[in-house]
Design a protein around this ligand. Structure first.
Ligand code: SF4
Ligand code: FES
Length: 389
């Protein structure tokens, strides 16, 4: 069988080979790190998702090897497939950064700034985007959009003012549950997520809507206001769930021995992890009814991204690498080792900073004083640089 043809795509100057039909976003995810555009509506495990929020916009500097013309407008990377020889710019494009700043500003126009009381704080993608691309103030002078309170059932709390209309929860309802009873009603500025006749969203897999919601519009009623996410400690656990559609693998969010919340396990993109090629959705029984550690087999601490606020203060023992130069050089001795003091004229070993009365200045360093003197001599010889008035 002939080897499958691959497309070469360059994103932010990094070239990789990907299968035809891969979107720019997924190609960037294969590279990883900052090269990957943020995605608020695309969710790889939900068919048809993407193309709504515009946070993933990128610049296509060359369409393909066959037709290297740039694309005239920025494109949604989650909905644009790569072509062979395509050149894409994400963080290396000023246009993209500018557009993303604008998108974030638009997303925040109606979004309440209630992070201090929002249960999603600490794991909210809009909060992260706000920090990365947001402005410190708003230019919006009109009244923010508000909605009437709506009860959508015993497990899920809907805060419509926080919704960014990403449609992910409607895809979960369509693709995971037997019947979708909610959707987006009305148009334009009036659009809202609703169950229409306030019918409760109550079926076995509805809890997954909470996990896919990128903001705090859908939160877990059993966890609401009980704790801040960064005070809890996530551990991976599993149980033998009788529901054949439930993967039984979850993250338990503990405080001491108490299980405050159960969620599906997330990957580095904030999406539910896959197990044996299938998305690891969990059923409502595992999520809402199994709130004792004895219900689960705990596997160990969940790996949390280095920069996540959730990891703060959890891992008390910082393990310092015990490496020597020889070890990091693969067992070889360095050819030359230099003492910083023999080549640096600033960090003189004879100057004890703790003995200098008050704050040390340049003059306190013997060598530095010589350099200053040399500079002064040169200045006298060639004249001082003109001082500004
Ligand atoms: S409720 Fe959440 S998941 Fe649903 S459309 Fe709004 S932001 Fe997206
Ligand atoms: S992630 Fe691409 S448009 Fe929302």
């Amino acid at each position: 069988m002939s080897e499958q043809q691959k497309f070469k795509v360059t994103i932010d100057n990094i070239t990789i080979d990907v299968a035809p039909g891969t979107s720019i976003l997924n190609a960037a995810r294969q590279i990883g790190g900052d090269v990957t555009p943020p995605a608020m509506c695309y969710y790889s495990k939900l068919e048809g998702s993407g193309g709504k929020c515009r946070t993933c916009l990128v610049e296509v500097a060359a369409g393909s090897a066959a037709d290297p013309r740039p694309m005239p407008k920025l494109v949604a990377s989650c909905r644009t497939n790569v072509m062979d020889g395509m050149i894409v710019k994400n963080i290396t494009s000023d246009k993209v950064i500018d557009a993303r700043n604008g998108v974030v500003e638009f997303l925040l126009i109606n979004h309440p700034l209630d992070c201090p009381i929002c249960d999603q704080a600490g794991e909210c993608y809009l909060q992260d985007l706000g920090y990365d691309h947001g402005k410190e103030g708003t230019r919006y002078e009109f009244k923010r959009r508000t909605f009437g309170k709506e009860d959508i059932g015993p497990y899920i709390q809907l805060h419509m003012t926080r919704c960014i209309l990403c449609y992910r929860c409607t895809y979960v309802a369509d693709q995971l549950t037997d019947k979708r009873v909610h959707g987006i009603l009305d148009r334009g500025d009036h659009s809202e997520i609703s169950t229409y006749i306030s019918k409760a969203i109550d079926n076995d897999f509805s809890g997954n809507m909470i996990d896919v919601c990128p903001v705090g519009a859908l939160t877990d009623k059993t966890f609401r206001f009980k704790n801040r996410v960064w005070f809890t400690k996530p551990v991976d656990a599993h149980r033998n769930c009788e529901n054949p559609k439930c993967c039984g693998k979850a993250t338990l969010w503990l405080r001491g021995e108490e299980v405050y919340r159960v969620t599906s396990r997330k990957d580095e993109w904030g999406e539910v992890q896959s197990f044996e090629g299938k998305p690891g959705w969990i059923c409502n029984t595992c999520r809402f009814d199994k709130k004792k550690t004895s219900d689960w087999t705990v596997e160990g601490i969940t790996k949390i991204g280095r920069h996540s606020v959730i990891g703060a203060n959890k891992y008390k023992t910082l393990v310092m690498p015990n490496e020597t130069i020889k070890e990091i050089m693969g067992g070889r001795d360095p050819r030359l080792l230099m003492d910083i003091h023999t080549i640096s004229e600033v960090n003189s070993p004879v100057v004890h900073l703790d003995k200098v009365p008050g704050a040390p200045h340049q003059q306190d360093f013997a060598h530095t004083a010589d350099i200053i003197k040399e500079d002064t001599d040169v200045a006298e010889q060639f004249g001082k640089p003109e001082e500004k008035e």
